[in-house]
Write a protein that binds this ligand. Structure first.
Ligand code: 5AD
Ligand code: SF4
Length: 433
């Protein structure tokens, strides 16, 4: 049995794709190993979203090539977004690289691995892998890809070019996965898609899918990521509000707080529209936790534009945020524009934004001190013996004394202290499930 070792980079979609690849390969006679030392096939499932991500992977590729010294039969390959990004010239340019498989080529991997070095980067408008059973990791949370690709073409983003057009899985296939996840002991499902709330298959839209998933017994929590603000319909908000398993938490990427920048990003909404959406969400789902993605230093971003980003962040008060320096990407529209913000200024803006976000998150979390939260236990806490860690419904990390609780329990935890990233609790000793 050939042994395959997979390393995953980038977003949750890639984590879920690795689970698909692993499932598909293991049914085709491969066995998965957790170290490259004994592997016959070494596969990096890659990310192309920013230049830094690609540089890291090239570095890693170099380091892994040593496994061919004593075992020349080892095949090393790239899958995922970066594979798609560089396509054909990658194999010629990169010594030790044997194969390149884009995000729509995983089905053919077993067959292709049996032959000569190959590049398969055809994008397939139809491929959803709906019938491929993923081999999921351990834990309480199952990731379920419900749609793939993106049709939005934000001017900074490479995703539509490397992952191709938007396509959704049939609702039956999604619900079957939810049931399977429940039967395998997972307590939470997270629906994934590049613009997850653009989900539509036949007459079934995203709101209907949420409502159907809410009915599946055994699953306690439902989340989804990442929605696009423009696709956040009233019916999706209603479904969030009415489905008790759908967590009061939403990742709602803003990218910039300046209308001028949002326009050039072609995001499809204004600041006022975004804020109105936030108001609607807060009215429908009281206490909803919001997080965001922000980019600093987009071409043309003035000091005033940047200030507006900070202003909107202050106004919304995000529970957490992923903040990035703009990175120019080939293929994209903005990639052809002159960069206007010096690297040093990008760095300063990013630091200022992170500092603001840390303050906001710390103050939101401090306000939770004294309250009781429900924590779905995921495993031991990293820093303290006999403590457990898990997530609250708001997707906050909480740590607390184990007190007899185990992985998969839902513990009522009294919050005793808080940092910007963690709630620190004392368990009340009650299993609230
Ligand atoms: N430069 C910097 N950040 C980017 N993102 C996407 N493309 C780029 C880019 N070219 C960020 C966006 C997106 C997140 C997944 O990555 O904020 O929401
Ligand atoms: Fe990229 Fe925009 Fe699509 Fe998100 S919506 S994946 S940022 S193009």
């Amino acid at each position: 049995m050939p042994k395959v070792y997979i390393e995953t980079y980038g977003c949750q979609m890639n984590v879920a794709d690795t689970e698909l690849i692993r499932g598909h390969l293991s049914r085709s006679g491969f066995s998965a190993v957790s170290e490259p030392e004994t592997a016959d096939v070494i596969l990096l499932n890659t990310c192309a979203i920013r230049e830094h991500a690609e540089e890291r992977i090239f570095g890693r590729l170099g380091a892994l090539s040593k496994h061919k010294n004593r075992r020349p039969h080892v095949q090393i390959g790239l899958a995922g977004c970066m594979a798609q990004h560089f396509r054909d010239n990658l194999l010629d340019k990169t010594p030790h690289l044997d194969f390149v498989a884009g995000p729509d080529a995983y089905r053919k991997l077993p067959e292709l691995l049996a032959g000569d070095p190959f590049v398969d980067v055809r994008l397939d408008k139809e491929e959803t892998y709906a019938d491929v059973q993923p081999e999921r990791g351990e834990g309480v949370r199952a990731w379920i890809t419900i749609m793939r690709g993106c049709d939005k073409f934000c001017t900074f983003c490479i995703v539509p070019y490397v992952r191709g057009r938007e396509r959704s899985l049939p609702p039956d296939a999604v619900l079957e996965q939810v049931r399977e996840a429940a039967a395998s002991g997972y307590r939470e499902v997270v629906f994934l898609g590049q613009t997850v709330n653009a989900y539509r298959h036949g007459d079934t839209d995203f709101a209907m899918l949420l409502r159907a998933a809410n009915e599946v017994p055994g699953i306690e929590r439902i989340r989804f990521t990442s929605p696009h603000p423009s696709d956040m319909t009233e019916s999706a908000i209603d479904a969030m509000a009415e489905c008790e398993k759908v967590c009061p938490q939403l990742h709602l990427p803003l990218q910039s707080g300046s209308d001028a920048v949002l326009n050039r990003m072609e995001r499809g909404y204004s600041v006022a529209e975004y804020l109105a959406l936030v108001d609607r969400l807060r009215a429908a789902v009281p206490g909803i936790a919001l997080s965001t993605d922000m980019i600093v230093g987009f071409p043309g971003e003035s000091a005033g534009d940047f200030e507006r980003s900070l202003e909107v962040m202050r106004r919304v008060g995000y529970d957490s945020a992923f903040m990035f320096k703009y990175s120019s990407r080939s293929h994209t529209k903005a990639g052809k524009w002159q960069e206007t913000v010096a690297e040093e200024d990008k760095g300063e803006r990013l630091q200022a934004m992170i500092a603001l976000q840390e303050e906001t998150a710390a103050s939101i979390n401090r306000a939770a001190v004294g309250t009781e939260v429900e924590v779905l236990v995921e495993g031991p806490a990293r820093r303290r013996d006999d403590w457990l860690a898990g997530k609250t419904a708001h997707f906050k990390t909480a740590v607390f004394p184990a007190n007899g609780f185990a992985v998969g329990d839902t513990a009522a935890v009294r919050v005793a202290d808080a940092t910007a990233h963690t709630l620190i609790g004392a368990a009340s000793g009650e299993d609230v499930r």
